[in-house]
Structures are given as C-alpha cells and as structure tokens.
Design a protein around this ligand. Sequence first.
Ligand code: HEM
Length: 434
Amino acid sequence: MLGTSEPNSVRIPNDKVSTLVDPQAYADGKILDTYKWLRKHNPLGLAVAEGFDHFWVVTRAVDIRYISLKNDLFHSGDTQFSFMDKGSDERIREITGGSPHLVHSLVSMDPPDHVKYRFIAQSYFMPQSVRKLEDRVREIAREFADKMLSTGGECDFLTEVALNYPLRVIMSIFGVPVEDEPIMLKLTQELFGAQDPEVSGAGKVLSAEEQAEYLSKTVEGFHAYFRNLSKDRRANPRDDLSSVIANAKVDGKPIPEHAEMGYYITVATAGHDTTSTSTAIAMSQLAGNPDQFQKVKADPSLIPQLVDEAIRWATPIKSFMRSAVEDVEVAGRHLSKGDWIMLCYGSGNRDEAVYDDPDAFRVDRTPNPHVSFGSGPHICLGMHLAKLEMRVLFEELLPRLKSVELNGTPRMIPSLFITGPKAIPIKFVAESGV
Ligand code: HEM
C-alpha cells in the first residue's frame, strides 16, 4: 500500500508534510503549528514525501498512548525506530547486511525479547533504587551549582551545567571514569547531531548516504570503547551498571555482543542527552518568564512540577516510529501490515484535549500527563533518574539565585529525531550569603 490511492481526507497536505520532514522546523518550533493543524483537521493522517517511505502521523495524545501500549500490534524493530529518509535507511541496511538498525537495543526490540532484555537493567532504574542515588546526585548537583555561581553572573548554562551534569551522573552509575566523559559526550553529540553541519563538522548538510556512513563510524567509536569496558567488567565485576550488562544472561545464556553493545550505547546516550536538553530548557523558560521563576523560588515544593513542565515543554525526542504488524484500524483509519507510523510526542504534549492552555509554560501545572518519556512497554527506563537529577539540581540552584534572565537567544540543533539547544546564554544575580 503506497498511500497514493487514499482519499484526500486521509492524505496530509504537502505544505504540512514538508514541515514534518524538515529538521530545521523542529529546531525553530515551526513544527508546532503543523502539529496543531493536524490535531484539529487530520489527527491520524498519511504523509507522502519524496525520498521517504510513506508514514502515518499520530498527533493526539490518546492515539500515541494506544499505539505505544499495543506492542504486539505495533512493532518498534521491524523498521527504523527513528524517522529517516529512504537513502539513509538503504545505506544502513547495506552496512549491517540487511538489518535496519545500526544499534540493536531495547528501543528496537519487540516481544518476546524486549521484556527479557529490559529486565537486565530494570532494577537499577526503579524508583526505590533511584532514591538511593539521591545523596550522590546531590553532591554532583552542588558541584555544578558552585561552577555556575563561580562564573560571577553571566554564563552559557548549557556548557557550564546542563551538558555535563547528567553526563557525570549516568557515567558514575555506569562506572565510566571522569576522564573518559568527553569521549562519551562527543560520540553522543555525533550520534544525534548528524543532520547539523556544525556538529558533523562537514560545513554542509550531509547527504543521506553520508549521514549513514557518519553514524556507522560513530557507532564503531562506541563499540571500541565499550568492548574494552566489557572485557574489564567480565574479568573484574564491580558494583556498577557496566558489570550488570557485561555479565547479563538471557534464557540462561550470555547475551550476544551486538545486544550488549546496543545496551551500553542506549543507556550511555539516552541517559544524558535528553536530560541535558530538559534541564537547559527549564532554565531557559525560567529566565524568559520571571513570574514563573519567582513562583517556584517562593515555593520550592513546586520543583517537581517545574521538572515535568520542562520535560513536556522540551520534548527532547520528537518522535519514535512503529510499524503495523497486521492490517489494523486505529482512530477510524485503516492501516495496512507493514505501514510506518510516527508517534509525535511534541504534539501529544500540546494536545488541547489534555491540557488547558498548552502553549503556556507553568511551573504549577498539574496534572501533567506528558508523553515525553513515551508510554507502554517501552516507556523510558531512566525516567525516574532523569526527574531526580533535575529536581535535585533546581533544589540546589534556586535558593542561590535572586534573579535570572536570558542574555541572548537560545538556538536549537536541527534534527528529525532528537533536538537540543546549542547554547542557553543567561545573566543572573546570586543571593547574598548562600
Ligand atoms: C528527560 C529525559 C528523557 C527523555 C525525554 C527520554 C525519552 C525516552 C522515550 C520517549 C523513550 C521511549 C521509546 C519508545 O517508546 O520507543 C525512552 C526510552 C528509553 N530511555 Fe529515556 N528519556 C530520558 C532520560 C533517560 C535516562 C536518564 C535514561 C538512563 C538510563 C534513559 C534510558 C532509556 C532507555 C534504556 C530506553 C529504552 C526503553 C525500552 O525500549 O524499553 N532515558 N526514553
């Protein structure tokens, strides 16, 4: 089914489709107008764009949740789980010898493997385990709060705090030494920033094939690092997450190397980039909305709500893809077996049916059932850790800040998959005596 014979009411108009496939639209926020239009006029529509396989675009929160929940009907691993053009997909399949995945990880697994592999690290990330990390996380948060305050009143919050704080936390859980953090940061930025000439260093937007090559080299870089780590942890297991992964068994057997590498890469990259973005956006929104800053400063019990609102607002992961396992009806649409489906988290997070005044940033928003962490069996494994990190950081920072304002315009990385800021320039006044 190519979608070209579908009635007009099912097809998304070309001007809206061109926004959906434009990495820049996710950076400058233009995508939000398209989402709004789609929620109102065609909440589960079909997009046909040159250079891409046709895809269904899911923009209402209720449908995003339904499809995410039904992982027997909608698979994550049969096609690309992140949105990309045909050229990149084909090149990746050439490189891997047929698989659509350069990295074989939890996000690309389906029943029955998914749950078995998720179990390996699950206990590390449950609320009761994460709570035990609070003292260590607070220590790291204080270091970064001190670092920011020592700049004297003006800094790029992204580079001073937001980039490296979540990196330090996840790497300390992993057991990666501090001196190796820059390698992890660089490889992560390359993995998620291939569509940005400034990140790839190519001085131009890479072609689809070039992007696939570039990503493949990046994945090799991760493999080289993690192979050594894994060897060490098999020989000398310690009390860290690397040791758990290196010595994991599924169905009584050690897990294959590609699955082990995929585990490391997913936790290492998903574990900080998205949290960095949410932390940076929280600060940028507080700096841009002095009334909201004063409100949460006056009432620190609102910090957990600030955290959720920032994660909703940032929606660092723009979408994950699924494919239909069989012909299926959803929201009055007929999807055929194999159809590709885009779950637009950024749209679900602005859904008027869920949120009162969805385009306002409110530190006291409650309830806030955002879909930034996905939903259903693949719901983010690290969500409790991400929220803990952000809460603790703002508990440490807010009492020390009298005021904060933007000192320039934050710019975002263009990407169809994961976007984040390039800089959050701020000016602040510190409280005296704290
Ligand atoms: C604000 C921060 C974060 C956001 C917005 C975020 C977002 C997401 C989303 C949307 C998914 C769902 C994938 C799907 O449905 O296909 C996911 C899965 C995942 N996340 Fe996060 N994440 C964050 C932080 C973290 C952290 C701190 C970790 C650290 C371990 C982590 C590890 C994972 C893993 C391993 C998965 C795969 C789960 C599975 O497929 O079963 N994430 N994340």
